[in-house]
Ligand binder design. Sequence first.
Ligand code: PMP
Length: 430
Amino acid sequence: MITKDKSQALFEEAQNYIPGGVNSPVRAFKAVGGNPLFIKSAKGAYMYDVDGNAYVDLINSWGPMIFGHADDAVLEAVQKAIPASLSFGAPGASEVEIAALITDLFPSIEKVRMVNSGTEATMSAIRLARGYTGREKMIKFEGCYHGHGDSFLIAAGSGAITMGEPNSPGVTVGTAKDTLTAPYNNLEAVKTLVAANKNEVAAIILEPVAGNMGCVLPHEGYLQGLREICDQEGILLIVDEVMTGFRLAAGGAQEVFDVRADITTLGKIIGGGMPVGAYGGKREIMDYVSPQGPVYQAGTLSGNPISMAAGLAQLNKLKADKDLYNRLAEKTERIEAGIKKNLKELGLNYTTNRIGSMFTLFFTDQHVTNFEEAKACDLTLFGKFFNTMLEEGVYLPPSQFESWFISDALGDKEIDQIISASYKALKNLS
Ligand code: PMP
């Protein structure tokens, strides 16, 4: 048994001052029936808690740490930037540099605006789409999560499902009526919605690979089908690549699936672990953003030099590493293959979904291609699996409805540990 006394004491104290004791809901481990670990430090493939336990980390700060924690190049860049002050509130050269790099790597992005989180990116993108098209409605997909902006908290994924609150109180009826929802991977449902709301839909927003109902891949032709509907109907396609951007490829899911967004939202990896988001797209659309255009959006700390330094270091490293995405996919494939072998040996028939370095083991024997199917999972089994994995030193996302994020810091030793821990955890289920 590992000791968790210090984490336990901190969690008890935290609950006096912080709602639920955490600053983001899914961290509370509520869905898996435990108490959260308080983390003291992390390096490479490992996180260390305040009780001195080490864990192989398969969350990686929910995606940003693609090279693992405390990457030397990223830390060095931040340390170099710090003495020049933490924020200017005025333009700096690093903002130009990162914008040039992002527009170079992402073919559909001609201009980009930096913000401070993925939530800000999607909120700004939808306002821009509305301002640009002069229309008010949007279509989103059940189980997709786009941050906690009001209009996205309708049938939302991620922590919103985990907490059983896919439609949050506090979102007004007026806001909710402008968000139309359709099942993921179903083009007919989108066509029906568009036909019923002719000339009223400003944007279709989606995760090109969903990570927030667990990892769910788009059917062949699905993204192209959405692109066609948008082109026919004068609707903007917003591809939310906060999770997939620079994770699946340097050009994101758009590169992998050969589809082009009108507006792309980014976050996570582009900040190297610092709070960052961005939205970008066609020049003509982005020129609608203030001060060039009429759609207002601003930020006191937007483009701050420390976040830019961290992001630039990570993106430059990733750009220079031609084999990175092959390596990440190969590591994740080994994990998947190991888990599948364990399932077979134990006579279990659970589903796995994977693309590149995103992976989910679903506790259902059916295929998972949308939110309805993800909801069929046995969450009690997931909770048991999660807790044994933790006991075995492997830190998974504490919810069935999340993707694992594999970092390049994982070596053979860690991959073997994950596979053997999963054998025990799966055996423990019966
Ligand atoms: N979009 C997607 C696809 C996400 O996965 C997330 C966060 N997990 C967000 C938007 C929101 O980003 P943030 O948490 O940085 O606000």
